[in-house]
Design a protein around this ligand. Structure first.
Ligand SMILES: *Cc1c(COP(=O)(O)O)cnc(C)c1O
Length: 394
């Protein structure tokens, strides 16, 4: 029997469709009451004091760095094995992204590697909670405190993930989340920022809206709506629309269900994967709750080295190609940013500079995972992986 199992599928229902009627019928479609409602549900969910919606996690990270005054002459330490945006935002501020290596068990930043890259110019660290697993924030915060550095958490994949029972995004100066369709809750594109300092919330709200001291909604409902507000900062237009806010708000009503389902599917993979000795399932430290934005395994038929990496990578890609032909979509985990053209050409990185990130790019495999996934579909993924391996190694 042949089926099609996609890498992911957003969970939309009638309530989501219905939520979109509100802004369209009222005619208020820019950032307004629905965005506010989404922000309130998000801050409740994460246990934060407040939350600020914006257009993406990328723009959320940019707002955070801008609020911290990160700029030319500064260095920002970022793990190389992440989505390129985590590093790009530092460059967009005029700072230098300094890439560092990861821990191969968690795929998250290695705190020892952070310390090795600290210089007098270092201003901030961007730890990434990759694939929904919290980075080692105890160690990261200790380093930040010892060296007086800011911390901006890239929590794009982090919704529902916790460390020591604290939701990610609440450890650093800022945390930024994504609502891209590959993440647990989606508004098409969209992001959310958490901050630790009350003043930082105020500043980011202003920066999100061109530097305006007053939101459009407050101005429209105020006395002198005909006068524009004051602009005391150089801001951006990173506002989320109320159409997205309405969708985000109704998505939040099922966030706990979606994350619970993702965790259930992941734990069933954990049970099935011992049948596949060449695939190493994700490792979860005891103090972490993984939210499984992605279920990422390591292709490990033998121990990888920089010497056999090209051959193993070719074999992994053959397997993923055969799986695709048999209807099962997979993906490489993510990329090693230091191997991407702009980073190589601008900073002169070589693959071997950050060997673990390089290996992770070449050997990781993301398996299909979505809340609606059935046991039959999941069993088919396992069967196809076994068939694909047998054919690729024949
Ligand atoms: C998805 C993702 C981003 C980007 O999020 P957008 O909302 O698409 O800007 C950044 N970092 C990581 C680790 C991601 O997975």
């Amino acid at each position: 029997m042949k089926m099609r199992v996609p890498i992911t599928k957003p969970l939309f229902d009638e309530a989501d469709l219905e939520s979109l009627r509100g802004p369209i019928e009222s005619g208020w479609v820019v950032q307004g009451p629905k965005v506010k409602e989404f922000e309130q549900k998000f801050s409740t969910f994460t246990g934060a004091a407040d939350a600020i919606a914006c257009t993406s996690c990328t723009t959320g990270l940019h707002l955070a760095l801008a609020a911290l005054g990160v700029g030319p002459g500064d260095e920002v330490i970022v793990p190389s094995f992440t989505w390129v945006a985590s590093a790009n935002v530092a460059a967009h501020c005029g700072a230098t992204p300094v890439l560092c290596d990861i821990d191969m068990d968690t795929y998250n930043v290695d705190p020892v590697e952070i310390e090795r890259r600290i210089t007098p110019k270092t201003k901030a660290i961007i730890p990434v909670h990759l694939f929904g697993l919290a980075a080692d924030m105890d160690a990261v915060m200790d380093i930040a405190e010892a060296h007086q550095l800011y911390v901006v958490e890239d929590a794009a994949c982090g919704m529902g993930s916790k460390l020591n029972d604290v939701h990610v995004g609440n450890f650093g100066d800022f945390g930024a989340f994504s609502f891209h369709p590959r993440k647990a809750v989606t508004t098409g594109e969209g992001g959310m920022v958490l901050a630790r300092e009350p003043d930082h919330y105020k500043l980011v709200r202003t920066l999100r809206d061109h530097g305006s001291t007053k939101s459009d909604l407050a101005r429209h409902h105020g006395k002198a709506a005909f006068l524009l507000s004051q602009f005391d900062h150089l801001g951006y237009n990173y506002r989320m629309t109320d159409i997205q806010g309405a969708l985000g708000s109704s998505q939040m009503d099922k966030a706990a269900y979606v994350i619970g389902r993702r965790q259930a599917v992941a734990s069933r993979y954990d049970e099935l994967l011992p049948e596949i000795p060449w695939l190493k399932p994700p490792h979860v430290p005891a103090n972490a709750e993984h939210s499984y934005q992605s279920y990422v395994c390591l292709f490990a038929p033998e121990e990888a080295t920089m010497e056999n990496l090209e051959r193993l990578n070719g074999l992994r890609n053959d397997i993923l190609m055969i799986a695709e032909e048999l209807g099962v979509s997979t993906r490489q985990g993510t990329h090693a940013v230091h191997g991407l053209g702009w980073y190589r050409n601008t900073f002169g990185y070589r693959p071997e500079d950050l060997p673990k990130s390089w290996m992770a790019e070449h050997l990781t495999m993301t398996l299909p995972l979505y809340p609606q996934m059935t046991d039959v579909e999941q069993d088919y993924v396992i069967e196809v992986l076994q068939t694909a391996y047998a054919r690729a190694t024949k």
